[in-house]
Design a protein around this ligand. Sequence first.
Ligand SMILES: Nc1ncnc2c1ncn2[C@@H]1O[C@H](COP(=O)(O)OP(=O)(O)O[C@H]2O[C@H](CO)[C@@H](O)[C@H](O)[C@H]2O)[C@@H](O)[C@H]1O
Length: 491
Amino acid sequence: MYIVQIASECAPVIKAGGLGDVVYGLTRELEIRGHTVEIILPKYDCMRYDHIWGLHYAYCDLMVPWYGGEIKCQVHCGWVHGRLCFFIEPQSDDLFFNRGVYYGCADDTMRFAFFSKAALQFLQHTGKRPDVLHCHDWQTGLVPVLLYEIYQYHGMGHVRVCYTIHNFKHQGIAGAEILQATGLNRPDHYFQYDRLQDNFNPFALNLMKGGIVYSNFVNTVSPHHAWEAHHGEFGYGLGHTLHVHQGKFGGILNGIDYDVWNPEIDRYIPHPYTSDDLTGKAKNKKALRDRLLLRDEDKPLIAYVGRLDQQKGMHLVHHAIYYSLYRNAQFVLLGSATEPGINNWFWHEKNFLNNNPDVHLELGFNEELSHLIYAGADMIVVPSNFEPCGLTQMIGLKYGTVPIVRGVGGLINTVFDRDYDMTHPSEERNGYVFYQTDNQALESAMDRAIGLWSYYPEEFEKLVLQGMSYDYSWNHPGTDYLAVYEHIRHK
Ligand SMILES: Nc1ncnc2c1ncn2[C@@H]1O[C@H](COP(=O)(O)OP(=O)(O)O[C@H]2O[C@H](CO)[C@@H](O)[C@H](O)[C@H]2O)[C@@H](O)[C@H]1O
Protein backbone atom coordinates (compact mmCIF):
# COMPACT_ATOMS: atom_id res chain seq x y z
CA MET A 1 0.00 0.00 0.00
CA TYR A 2 1.09 3.59 -0.59
CA ILE A 3 0.47 5.85 2.39
CA VAL A 4 1.23 9.55 2.80
CA GLN A 5 1.22 11.10 6.24
CA ILE A 6 0.48 14.81 6.44
CA ALA A 7 1.39 16.23 9.82
CA SER A 8 2.79 19.22 11.66
CA GLU A 9 5.45 17.15 13.50
CA CYS A 10 7.74 14.19 12.96
CA ALA A 11 10.30 13.22 15.61
CA PRO A 12 13.08 13.94 16.06
CA VAL A 13 13.30 16.64 13.38
CA ILE A 14 10.10 18.41 14.48
CA LYS A 15 8.89 17.44 17.94
CA ALA A 16 6.81 19.46 20.36
CA GLY A 17 5.32 16.39 22.02
CA GLY A 18 3.90 12.95 21.41
CA LEU A 19 2.48 13.64 17.94
CA GLY A 20 6.01 13.70 16.53
CA ASP A 21 6.85 10.32 18.06
CA VAL A 22 3.70 8.76 16.63
CA VAL A 23 4.19 10.04 13.07
CA TYR A 24 7.75 8.74 13.02
CA GLY A 25 7.10 5.43 14.81
CA LEU A 26 4.01 4.45 12.83
CA THR A 27 5.76 5.27 9.55
CA ARG A 28 8.68 3.08 10.44
CA GLU A 29 6.43 0.19 11.41
CA LEU A 30 4.45 0.41 8.16
CA GLU A 31 7.68 0.43 6.17
CA ILE A 32 8.99 -2.62 8.00
CA ARG A 33 5.84 -4.38 6.83
CA GLY A 34 6.65 -3.55 3.23
CA HIS A 35 4.43 -0.51 2.63
CA THR A 36 5.57 2.71 1.00
CA VAL A 37 5.18 5.68 3.27
CA GLU A 38 6.04 9.35 2.75
CA ILE A 39 5.62 12.22 5.17
CA ILE A 40 4.70 15.80 4.26
CA LEU A 41 5.71 18.47 6.78
CA PRO A 42 6.09 22.24 6.95
CA LYS A 43 9.65 23.47 6.58
CA TYR A 44 10.03 25.35 9.86
CA ASP A 45 13.07 27.53 10.40
CA CYS A 46 13.49 26.12 13.93
CA MET A 47 13.38 22.39 13.16
CA ARG A 48 16.36 20.15 13.90
CA TYR A 49 18.15 20.20 10.54
CA ASP A 50 20.89 18.01 12.03
CA HIS A 51 18.43 15.10 11.94
CA ILE A 52 17.81 15.35 8.17
CA TRP A 53 20.02 13.47 5.75
CA GLY A 54 20.40 14.47 2.11
CA LEU A 55 18.12 17.51 2.06
CA HIS A 56 17.55 18.61 -1.56
CA TYR A 57 14.96 20.24 -3.79
CA ALA A 58 12.16 17.87 -4.73
CA TYR A 59 9.87 20.30 -6.53
CA CYS A 60 10.60 23.91 -7.37
CA ASP A 61 8.09 26.68 -7.76
CA LEU A 62 4.96 24.86 -6.69
CA MET A 63 2.21 27.43 -7.12
CA VAL A 64 -0.40 27.11 -4.40
CA PRO A 65 -3.71 28.95 -4.94
CA TRP A 66 -4.35 31.34 -2.06
CA TYR A 67 -6.92 34.12 -1.79
CA GLY A 68 -7.52 34.18 -5.51
CA GLY A 69 -3.78 34.55 -6.18
CA GLU A 70 -0.92 32.12 -5.64
CA ILE A 71 1.94 31.57 -3.22
CA LYS A 72 5.10 30.06 -4.60
CA CYS A 73 6.53 27.15 -2.58
CA GLN A 74 9.76 25.20 -2.69
CA VAL A 75 9.40 21.57 -1.69
CA HIS A 76 12.48 19.99 -0.17
CA CYS A 77 13.03 16.35 0.48
CA GLY A 78 15.30 14.41 2.81
CA TRP A 79 15.53 11.40 5.10
CA VAL A 80 14.83 11.63 8.80
CA HIS A 81 16.49 8.57 10.29
CA GLY A 82 15.47 6.61 7.21
CA ARG A 83 11.97 8.05 6.70
CA LEU A 84 11.36 9.99 3.47
CA CYS A 85 10.06 13.46 4.30
CA PHE A 86 8.92 16.35 2.10
CA PHE A 87 9.20 19.81 3.61
CA ILE A 88 7.03 22.59 2.20
CA GLU A 89 8.52 26.06 2.21
CA PRO A 90 6.17 28.87 1.21
CA GLN A 91 7.83 31.99 -0.13
CA SER A 92 5.61 34.82 0.97
CA ASP A 93 5.71 37.80 3.27
CA ASP A 94 3.52 35.88 5.71
CA LEU A 95 6.62 33.89 6.76
CA PHE A 96 4.23 31.13 7.83
CA PHE A 97 6.92 28.75 9.11
CA ASN A 98 9.73 31.19 9.87
CA ARG A 99 8.59 32.24 13.30
CA GLY A 100 11.12 30.44 15.50
CA VAL A 101 8.28 28.32 16.97
CA TYR A 102 6.09 25.49 15.74
CA TYR A 103 2.84 26.71 17.27
CA GLY A 104 1.45 29.57 19.28
CA CYS A 105 1.06 32.32 16.64
CA ALA A 106 -2.10 34.39 16.34
CA ASP A 107 -2.60 33.16 12.76
CA ASP A 108 -1.99 29.45 13.44
CA THR A 109 -5.22 28.40 11.70
CA MET A 110 -4.16 30.30 8.58
CA ARG A 111 -0.63 28.85 8.69
CA PHE A 112 -1.85 25.27 8.81
CA ALA A 113 -4.74 25.84 6.41
CA PHE A 114 -2.08 26.93 3.96
CA PHE A 115 0.03 23.90 4.75
CA SER A 116 -2.97 21.59 4.17
CA LYS A 117 -3.71 23.21 0.82
CA ALA A 118 -0.04 23.14 -0.22
CA ALA A 119 0.31 19.45 0.69
CA LEU A 120 -2.61 18.51 -1.58
CA GLN A 121 -1.39 20.78 -4.34
CA PHE A 122 2.00 19.07 -4.12
CA LEU A 123 0.45 15.59 -4.39
CA GLN A 124 -1.71 16.64 -7.28
CA HIS A 125 1.10 18.30 -9.25
CA THR A 126 3.61 15.52 -8.76
CA GLY A 127 1.14 12.83 -9.75
CA LYS A 128 1.46 11.13 -6.38
CA ARG A 129 -1.68 9.13 -5.78
CA PRO A 130 -1.52 7.47 -2.38
CA ASP A 131 -4.08 4.86 -1.42
CA VAL A 132 -4.41 6.49 1.97
CA LEU A 133 -3.68 9.92 3.37
CA HIS A 134 -3.13 9.83 7.11
CA CYS A 135 -3.73 13.23 8.74
CA HIS A 136 -3.23 14.26 12.34
CA ASP A 137 -4.89 16.76 14.69
CA TRP A 138 -6.55 20.07 13.85
CA GLN A 139 -3.59 21.32 11.83
CA THR A 140 -4.48 18.96 8.98
CA GLY A 141 -8.26 18.78 9.54
CA LEU A 142 -8.83 20.69 6.30
CA VAL A 143 -7.04 18.07 4.18
CA PRO A 144 -10.04 15.71 3.87
CA VAL A 145 -12.32 18.71 3.32
CA LEU A 146 -10.19 20.04 0.47
CA LEU A 147 -9.78 16.56 -0.96
CA TYR A 148 -13.49 15.86 -1.03
CA GLU A 149 -14.59 19.30 -2.14
CA ILE A 150 -11.86 20.14 -4.67
CA TYR A 151 -9.02 17.70 -5.31
CA GLN A 152 -11.09 14.59 -5.93
CA TYR A 153 -12.14 16.30 -9.15
CA HIS A 154 -8.49 16.68 -10.13
CA GLY A 155 -7.50 13.06 -10.38
CA MET A 156 -7.48 12.19 -6.69
CA GLY A 157 -10.92 10.58 -6.52
CA HIS A 158 -9.75 7.26 -5.16
CA VAL A 159 -7.63 8.64 -2.27
CA ARG A 160 -9.00 7.79 1.20
CA VAL A 161 -8.31 9.58 4.49
CA CYS A 162 -7.62 8.28 7.98
CA TYR A 163 -7.74 11.13 10.53
CA THR A 164 -6.13 10.70 13.94
CA ILE A 165 -6.93 12.99 16.85
CA HIS A 166 -4.19 13.24 19.46
CA ASN A 167 -5.73 16.09 21.41
CA PHE A 168 -9.37 17.20 21.35
CA LYS A 169 -8.61 20.32 23.35
CA HIS A 170 -7.10 22.16 20.38
CA GLN A 171 -9.55 22.15 17.48
CA GLY A 172 -8.47 24.97 15.17
CA ILE A 173 -11.25 27.52 15.56
CA ALA A 174 -11.19 29.83 12.57
CA GLY A 175 -13.16 32.52 10.79
CA ALA A 176 -14.76 32.59 7.35
CA GLU A 177 -11.59 34.00 5.75
CA ILE A 178 -10.14 30.46 5.75
CA LEU A 179 -12.76 29.52 3.14
CA GLN A 180 -11.78 32.40 0.91
CA ALA A 181 -8.06 31.77 1.33
CA THR A 182 -8.21 28.05 0.53
CA GLY A 183 -10.62 28.40 -2.38
CA LEU A 184 -13.39 26.51 -0.63
CA ASN A 185 -15.49 29.70 -0.61
CA ARG A 186 -19.27 29.08 -0.20
CA PRO A 187 -19.72 30.08 3.48
CA ASP A 188 -23.39 29.02 3.34
CA HIS A 189 -22.28 25.49 2.52
CA TYR A 190 -19.61 25.16 5.22
CA PHE A 191 -21.28 27.11 8.02
CA GLN A 192 -23.68 24.21 8.56
CA TYR A 193 -23.97 22.19 11.74
CA ASP A 194 -23.31 18.98 9.83
CA ARG A 195 -20.21 20.41 8.15
CA LEU A 196 -17.56 22.75 9.60
CA GLN A 197 -19.61 25.06 11.80
CA ASP A 198 -18.38 24.98 15.38
CA ASN A 199 -20.84 23.23 17.67
CA PHE A 200 -20.94 26.16 20.09
CA ASN A 201 -19.97 29.27 18.15
CA PRO A 202 -22.17 29.47 15.05
CA PHE A 203 -19.92 32.18 13.57
CA ALA A 204 -16.76 30.06 13.72
CA LEU A 205 -15.40 27.18 11.69
CA ASN A 206 -13.94 24.18 13.46
CA LEU A 207 -11.14 22.54 11.47
CA MET A 208 -11.05 19.40 13.61
CA LYS A 209 -14.77 18.96 13.08
CA GLY A 210 -14.11 19.21 9.34
CA GLY A 211 -11.59 16.40 9.72
CA ILE A 212 -14.13 14.23 11.52
CA VAL A 213 -16.98 14.91 9.10
CA TYR A 214 -15.02 14.46 5.86
CA SER A 215 -12.59 11.61 6.65
CA ASN A 216 -13.23 7.99 5.85
CA PHE A 217 -12.07 6.88 9.29
CA VAL A 218 -11.41 8.83 12.47
CA ASN A 219 -9.63 7.64 15.57
CA THR A 220 -8.15 8.86 18.76
CA VAL A 221 -5.14 7.24 20.35
CA SER A 222 -6.57 4.82 22.91
CA PRO A 223 -9.79 2.86 23.30
CA HIS A 224 -10.63 4.44 26.64
CA HIS A 225 -10.14 7.98 25.40
CA ALA A 226 -12.36 7.20 22.40
CA TRP A 227 -15.08 6.36 24.89
CA GLU A 228 -14.38 9.48 27.00
CA ALA A 229 -14.43 11.78 23.98
CA HIS A 230 -17.66 10.28 22.67
CA HIS A 231 -19.57 10.02 25.94
CA GLY A 232 -17.84 12.37 28.38
CA GLU A 233 -16.45 15.87 28.63
CA PHE A 234 -13.13 15.16 26.90
CA GLY A 235 -14.48 15.60 23.40
CA TYR A 236 -14.44 19.31 24.25
CA GLY A 237 -17.73 19.94 22.49
CA LEU A 238 -17.24 17.43 19.67
CA GLY A 239 -19.01 14.55 21.47
CA HIS A 240 -22.16 14.94 19.41
CA THR A 241 -20.21 15.07 16.16
CA LEU A 242 -18.46 11.85 17.18
CA HIS A 243 -21.84 10.38 17.99
CA VAL A 244 -23.18 11.24 14.55
CA HIS A 245 -20.07 9.66 13.01
CA GLN A 246 -19.67 6.80 15.47
CA GLY A 247 -19.76 4.23 12.66
CA LYS A 248 -16.33 5.40 11.50
CA PHE A 249 -14.82 6.36 14.87
CA GLY A 250 -12.63 4.26 17.17
CA GLY A 251 -9.63 4.18 19.48
CA ILE A 252 -6.25 2.74 18.50
CA LEU A 253 -3.64 2.62 21.25
CA ASN A 254 -0.33 4.26 20.31
CA GLY A 255 2.89 2.34 20.31
CA ILE A 256 6.42 3.50 21.02
CA ASP A 257 9.34 2.91 18.73
CA TYR A 258 11.61 0.35 20.41
CA ASP A 259 14.42 1.38 18.09
CA VAL A 260 14.37 4.80 19.72
CA TRP A 261 13.11 3.92 23.20
CA ASN A 262 15.00 0.86 24.30
CA PRO A 263 17.53 0.71 27.18
CA GLU A 264 19.44 -2.08 25.41
CA ILE A 265 20.47 0.11 22.47
CA ASP A 266 19.79 3.69 23.56
CA ARG A 267 22.76 5.79 22.45
CA TYR A 268 21.81 8.64 24.77
CA ILE A 269 22.35 6.61 27.95
CA PRO A 270 25.85 5.77 29.21
CA HIS A 271 24.99 2.29 30.53
CA PRO A 272 22.77 0.05 28.40
CA TYR A 273 20.81 -2.61 30.28
CA THR A 274 18.19 -5.31 29.89
CA SER A 275 15.66 -6.93 32.18
CA ASP A 276 18.19 -9.77 32.74
CA ASP A 277 20.65 -7.41 34.40
CA LEU A 278 19.57 -4.13 35.93
CA THR A 279 23.02 -3.03 37.14
CA GLY A 280 23.16 -0.64 34.15
CA LYS A 281 20.01 1.06 35.39
CA ALA A 282 21.62 1.73 38.78
CA LYS A 283 24.64 3.21 37.00
CA ASN A 284 22.39 5.44 34.91
CA LYS A 285 20.74 6.64 38.11
CA LYS A 286 24.16 7.69 39.35
CA ALA A 287 24.98 9.31 36.01
CA LEU A 288 21.72 11.26 36.14
CA ARG A 289 22.45 12.42 39.68
CA ASP A 290 25.96 13.48 38.69
CA ARG A 291 24.70 15.37 35.69
CA LEU A 292 22.01 17.23 37.62
CA LEU A 293 24.15 17.71 40.75
CA LEU A 294 21.84 15.68 42.97
CA ARG A 295 23.28 14.09 46.09
CA ASP A 296 24.12 10.40 45.83
CA GLU A 297 22.22 8.72 48.64
CA ASP A 298 20.08 5.65 48.94
CA LYS A 299 16.81 7.31 47.98
CA PRO A 300 14.20 6.65 45.34
CA LEU A 301 14.30 8.99 42.36
CA ILE A 302 10.96 10.10 40.96
CA ALA A 303 10.58 11.88 37.60
CA TYR A 304 8.18 13.87 35.47
CA VAL A 305 8.80 14.33 31.75
CA GLY A 306 6.31 16.19 29.61
CA ARG A 307 4.80 19.42 28.48
CA LEU A 308 3.89 21.74 31.35
CA ASP A 309 0.25 22.27 30.47
CA GLN A 310 -3.08 22.17 32.33
CA GLN A 311 -3.74 18.88 30.50
CA LYS A 312 -0.95 17.25 32.49
CA GLY A 313 -2.37 18.09 35.95
CA MET A 314 0.02 20.88 36.90
CA HIS A 315 -1.11 21.18 40.51
CA LEU A 316 -0.44 17.48 41.00
CA VAL A 317 2.94 17.64 39.27
CA HIS A 318 3.78 20.48 41.64
CA HIS A 319 2.54 18.51 44.63
CA ALA A 320 4.52 15.44 43.54
CA ILE A 321 7.74 17.47 43.85
CA TYR A 322 7.07 18.52 47.42
CA TYR A 323 5.57 15.21 48.50
CA SER A 324 8.69 13.42 47.20
CA LEU A 325 10.90 15.71 49.26
CA TYR A 326 8.67 15.22 52.30
CA ARG A 327 9.01 11.43 51.86
CA ASN A 328 12.78 11.73 51.61
CA ALA A 329 12.83 10.89 47.91
CA GLN A 330 14.42 12.83 45.05
CA PHE A 331 12.60 14.47 42.16
CA VAL A 332 13.62 15.39 38.61
CA LEU A 333 11.35 17.35 36.28
CA LEU A 334 11.92 17.94 32.58
CA GLY A 335 9.29 20.08 30.92
CA SER A 336 8.50 23.20 29.01
CA ALA A 337 5.48 25.46 29.12
CA THR A 338 3.99 27.58 26.38
CA GLU A 339 1.53 29.34 28.72
CA PRO A 340 3.26 32.28 30.46
CA GLY A 341 1.46 31.71 33.79
CA ILE A 342 2.67 28.10 34.07
CA ASN A 343 6.11 29.04 32.80
CA ASN A 344 6.51 31.75 35.47
CA TRP A 345 5.20 29.43 38.16
CA PHE A 346 7.76 26.72 37.42
CA TRP A 347 10.63 29.19 37.01
CA HIS A 348 9.72 30.50 40.43
CA GLU A 349 9.77 26.94 41.82
CA LYS A 350 13.08 26.27 40.13
CA ASN A 351 14.69 29.31 41.72
CA PHE A 352 13.16 28.48 45.07
CA LEU A 353 14.46 24.90 45.02
CA ASN A 354 17.76 25.74 43.38
CA ASN A 355 20.00 24.80 46.29
CA ASN A 356 18.13 21.67 47.30
CA PRO A 357 20.35 18.65 46.51
CA ASP A 358 17.33 16.35 46.16
CA VAL A 359 15.49 18.07 43.37
CA HIS A 360 16.19 19.38 39.89
CA LEU A 361 13.78 21.17 37.59
CA GLU A 362 14.98 21.37 33.99
CA LEU A 363 12.77 23.82 32.14
CA GLY A 364 13.11 23.45 28.39
CA PHE A 365 13.01 20.78 25.71
CA ASN A 366 15.86 18.30 25.84
CA GLU A 367 15.45 15.03 23.97
CA GLU A 368 18.79 13.60 25.06
CA LEU A 369 18.27 14.33 28.76
CA SER A 370 14.80 12.78 28.61
CA HIS A 371 16.39 9.41 27.72
CA LEU A 372 18.73 9.56 30.70
CA ILE A 373 15.83 10.45 33.01
CA TYR A 374 13.72 7.51 31.82
CA ALA A 375 16.74 5.25 32.34
CA GLY A 376 17.88 6.66 35.69
CA ALA A 377 14.62 7.24 37.57
CA ASP A 378 12.86 4.64 39.71
CA MET A 379 9.36 5.96 39.13
CA ILE A 380 7.63 8.35 36.75
CA VAL A 381 4.49 10.33 37.63
CA VAL A 382 1.79 11.06 35.06
CA PRO A 383 -1.04 12.77 36.99
CA SER A 384 -2.90 14.08 33.91
CA ASN A 385 -6.31 15.72 33.91
CA PHE A 386 -6.90 14.02 30.59
CA GLU A 387 -4.56 11.91 28.49
CA PRO A 388 -5.57 10.64 25.03
CA CYS A 389 -2.85 7.97 25.21
CA GLY A 390 0.31 9.08 26.97
CA LEU A 391 3.71 7.91 25.84
CA THR A 392 5.77 8.68 28.92
CA GLN A 393 4.26 5.85 30.99
CA MET A 394 4.94 3.41 28.14
CA ILE A 395 8.51 4.63 27.78
CA GLY A 396 8.88 4.40 31.56
CA LEU A 397 7.73 0.78 31.50
CA LYS A 398 10.28 -0.13 28.83
CA TYR A 399 13.06 1.44 30.94
CA GLY A 400 11.98 -0.29 34.16
CA THR A 401 10.72 2.98 35.62
CA VAL A 402 7.48 2.31 37.49
CA PRO A 403 4.60 4.55 36.35
CA ILE A 404 2.34 6.28 38.89
CA VAL A 405 -0.60 7.54 36.84
CA ARG A 406 -4.05 9.01 37.11
CA GLY A 407 -6.70 6.62 35.78
CA VAL A 408 -7.81 8.48 32.66
CA GLY A 409 -7.62 7.93 28.90
CA GLY A 410 -4.83 5.77 27.59
CA LEU A 411 -3.25 5.59 31.04
CA ILE A 412 -6.08 3.23 32.00
CA ASN A 413 -5.35 1.05 28.98
CA THR A 414 -1.64 0.71 29.75
CA VAL A 415 -1.00 0.84 33.53
CA PHE A 416 -2.46 -1.70 35.94
CA ASP A 417 -2.31 -1.04 39.67
CA ARG A 418 -0.08 -3.41 41.62
CA ASP A 419 -2.44 -3.60 44.57
CA TYR A 420 -5.95 -2.97 43.32
CA ASP A 421 -6.26 -3.87 39.62
CA MET A 422 -9.22 -6.21 39.16
CA THR A 423 -8.60 -7.20 35.55
CA HIS A 424 -5.01 -8.46 35.63
CA PRO A 425 -3.46 -11.16 37.81
CA SER A 426 -0.80 -9.79 40.18
CA GLU A 427 2.08 -11.04 37.98
CA GLU A 428 0.79 -8.88 35.10
CA ARG A 429 0.44 -5.63 37.02
CA ASN A 430 2.93 -2.91 36.26
CA GLY A 431 2.44 0.32 38.24
CA TYR A 432 0.21 2.47 40.41
CA VAL A 433 -3.06 4.16 39.54
CA PHE A 434 -5.12 6.80 41.36
CA TYR A 435 -8.32 8.39 40.21
CA GLN A 436 -9.25 11.62 41.98
CA THR A 437 -7.61 14.97 41.27
CA ASP A 438 -6.81 15.96 44.85
CA ASN A 439 -3.40 15.81 46.50
CA GLN A 440 -4.40 12.93 48.78
CA ALA A 441 -5.21 10.72 45.81
CA LEU A 442 -1.74 11.26 44.35
CA GLU A 443 -0.16 10.76 47.77
CA SER A 444 -1.94 7.44 48.26
CA ALA A 445 -0.34 6.08 45.08
CA MET A 446 3.09 7.64 45.65
CA ASP A 447 3.04 6.41 49.23
CA ARG A 448 2.53 2.82 48.10
CA ALA A 449 5.25 3.09 45.46
CA ILE A 450 7.81 4.69 47.76
CA GLY A 451 6.90 2.21 50.53
CA LEU A 452 7.51 -0.78 48.25
CA TRP A 453 10.82 0.66 47.04
CA SER A 454 11.97 1.33 50.63
CA TYR A 455 10.77 -1.74 52.52
CA TYR A 456 10.30 -4.46 49.89
CA PRO A 457 13.04 -3.89 47.28
CA GLU A 458 12.71 -7.40 45.88
CA GLU A 459 8.99 -6.88 45.34
CA PHE A 460 9.73 -3.52 43.74
CA GLU A 461 12.18 -5.15 41.35
CA LYS A 462 9.56 -7.74 40.49
CA LEU A 463 7.19 -4.93 39.56
CA VAL A 464 9.93 -3.30 37.46
CA LEU A 465 10.49 -6.54 35.53
CA GLN A 466 6.78 -7.09 35.00
CA GLY A 467 6.58 -3.62 33.48
CA MET A 468 9.58 -4.24 31.24
CA SER A 469 7.99 -7.39 29.87
CA TYR A 470 5.04 -5.50 28.35
CA ASP A 471 5.03 -5.04 24.60
CA TYR A 472 3.91 -1.50 23.78
CA SER A 473 5.78 -1.42 20.48
CA TRP A 474 4.14 -0.46 17.18
CA ASN A 475 3.55 -4.12 16.44
CA HIS A 476 -0.11 -4.25 17.53
CA PRO A 477 -1.09 -0.69 16.56
CA GLY A 478 0.61 -1.22 13.18
CA THR A 479 -1.75 -4.13 12.51
CA ASP A 480 -4.72 -2.06 13.68
CA TYR A 481 -3.93 0.89 11.41
CA LEU A 482 -3.36 -1.39 8.43
CA ALA A 483 -6.75 -2.97 9.04
CA VAL A 484 -8.27 0.52 8.99
CA TYR A 485 -6.44 1.45 5.79
CA GLU A 486 -7.59 -1.75 4.08
CA HIS A 487 -11.13 -1.16 5.25
CA ILE A 488 -11.38 2.40 3.91
CA ARG A 489 -9.53 1.57 0.73
CA HIS A 490 -12.18 -0.85 -0.37
CA LYS A 491 -15.15 1.29 0.59
N1 LIG B 1 10.63 19.04 27.81
C1 LIG B 1 10.80 17.93 27.14
N2 LIG B 1 12.03 17.52 26.76
C2 LIG B 1 12.20 16.36 26.06
N3 LIG B 1 11.19 15.55 25.70
C3 LIG B 1 9.95 15.91 26.05
C4 LIG B 1 9.68 17.10 26.78
N4 LIG B 1 8.34 17.19 26.98
C5 LIG B 1 7.81 16.11 26.40
N5 LIG B 1 8.76 15.34 25.84
C6 LIG B 1 8.59 14.09 25.09
O1 LIG B 1 7.43 14.27 24.25
C7 LIG B 1 6.63 13.08 24.28
C8 LIG B 1 5.36 13.42 25.02
O2 LIG B 1 4.45 12.38 24.95
P1 LIG B 1 2.95 12.58 25.49
O3 LIG B 1 2.25 11.31 25.33
O4 LIG B 1 3.02 13.24 26.83
O5 LIG B 1 2.42 13.59 24.38
P2 LIG B 1 1.59 14.96 24.27
O6 LIG B 1 0.74 15.21 25.44
O7 LIG B 1 2.56 15.97 23.85
O8 LIG B 1 0.71 14.57 22.97
C9 LIG B 1 -0.57 14.10 22.62
O9 LIG B 1 -0.32 13.09 21.61
C10 LIG B 1 0.28 11.92 22.10
C11 LIG B 1 0.52 11.03 20.90
O10 LIG B 1 -0.66 10.56 20.36
C12 LIG B 1 -0.58 11.25 23.14
O11 LIG B 1 0.10 10.12 23.67
C13 LIG B 1 -0.91 12.22 24.27
O12 LIG B 1 -1.83 11.62 25.17
C14 LIG B 1 -1.48 13.50 23.69
O13 LIG B 1 -1.71 14.45 24.72
C15 LIG B 1 7.49 12.04 24.96
O14 LIG B 1 8.32 11.43 24.01
C16 LIG B 1 8.33 12.87 25.94
O15 LIG B 1 9.53 12.22 26.29
